[in-house]
Write a protein that binds this ligand. Structure first.
Ligand code: GUN
Length: 293
């Protein structure tokens, strides 16, 4: 029988642990602070930023939500980042991606204080992940996926994990994370992408498939073997006239088609999504604790 991996329930467990850590910090007179910066008015980005701000408040964090107009210049944005870098009440900073096209995103990421880079996108944190230095920040979605697998008691050690997608946000960091030595690691990882030949033969040899390619319902039953574990990172809008919003969200995996073959699978929504926000909160608490050392 297919086991549904419930990201909401697992995220709740993370919050129980985080609330304790936050209370302990507050008893020492320190409130973890998170700044979320949105440039422009992309509706999906706006929704993500709103939910990050809401969760920060629910946990009692100091939350700063900066909404800047779509015509914000690079200099203006760098000025805001510099201010947040200096602000002692802010321990974590996130600039929502993707920014408008006049913004050089890589330069903005380099301008972040790496000790406040709770997204784990700064080159110093990317290097720390590759090096296995645990003082760094790991991007939230990969960290959430690893936690989902651990909490669901999926064997990662020695498993063949096939990652679909090679982005800096998901594909590359999840590969690094799961191949690390030790708990939550020791996997044999293959990273496949749009140029990969014989994709189905590769995914069919996987014990765990992680789909992060941004194409609705790309992964079908023919891509996987019986007993596979499937993690669906996709959040794609597809038109749906029966839905009041005119669209619905679907993953990169054709759930109905694949689920009968899977030992365990994440739904969309309610799988990876809630874990990503939980890991952002967790990274913010970590940044705060490390700032006290
Ligand atoms: N856009 C999509 N995912 C992310 C993320 O994890 N962090 C940021 N900053 N932007 C995103």
């Amino acid at each position: 029988m297919t086991n549904l991996i419930d990201g909401k329930t697992i995220a709740e467990k993370v919050y129980v642990d985080l609330r304790e850590k936050i209370a302990e910090l507050k008893s020492r007179g320190v409130t973890p602070g998170l700044a979320v910066v949105l440039v422009g008015d992309d509706p999906a980005s706006r929704a993500y930023v709103r939910s990050k701000d809401k969760m920060s408040r629910e946990l009692g964090l100091h939350s700063v939500k900066l909404e800047l107009p779509a015509n914000t210049t690079q200099q203006e944005l760098l000025g805001k980042v510099a201010e947040l870098n200096r602000d002692p009440k802010v321990h974590g900073i996130l600039v929502q991606s993707p920014p408008p096209k006049q913004i050089d995103e890589a330069a903005v990421i380099r301008a972040l204080d790496p000790r406040k880079d709770v997204d784990g996108f700064h080159p110093e944190n990317v290097a720390k992940l590759a090096l296995g230095d645990e003082t760094g920040f790991v991007p939230c979605t990969p960290l959430g996926i690893q936690r989902l697998l651990i909490e669901s008691k999926i064997d990662i050690s020695g498993a063949h994990v096939v990652v679909l997608g090679r982005s800096m946000i998901v594909g590359k960091p999840i590969a690094l994370l799961l191949m690390q030595k030790g708990k939550g690691g020791d996997a044999t990882v293959t990273v496949a992408h749009s140029r990969t030949k014989n994709l189905e033969a590769i995914t069919r040899s996987a014990d765990i498939v992680i789909a992060a390619i941004g194409r609705a319902h790309f992964v079908k039953a023919g891509h996987v073997r019986d007993g596979v574990v499937v993690i669906d990172v996709g959040i794609n809008r597809v038109e749906d006239a029966t839905n009041a919003r005119g669209y619905r969200l679907v993953g990169d995996v054709d759930f109905e088609n694949v689920a009968p073959k899977a030992k365990a699978i994440t739904p969309v929504p309610g799988g990876v999504g809630p874990m990503t926000i939980a890991m952002l909160m967790s990274n913010t608490v970590k940044a705060c604790r490390q700032s006290l050392k």
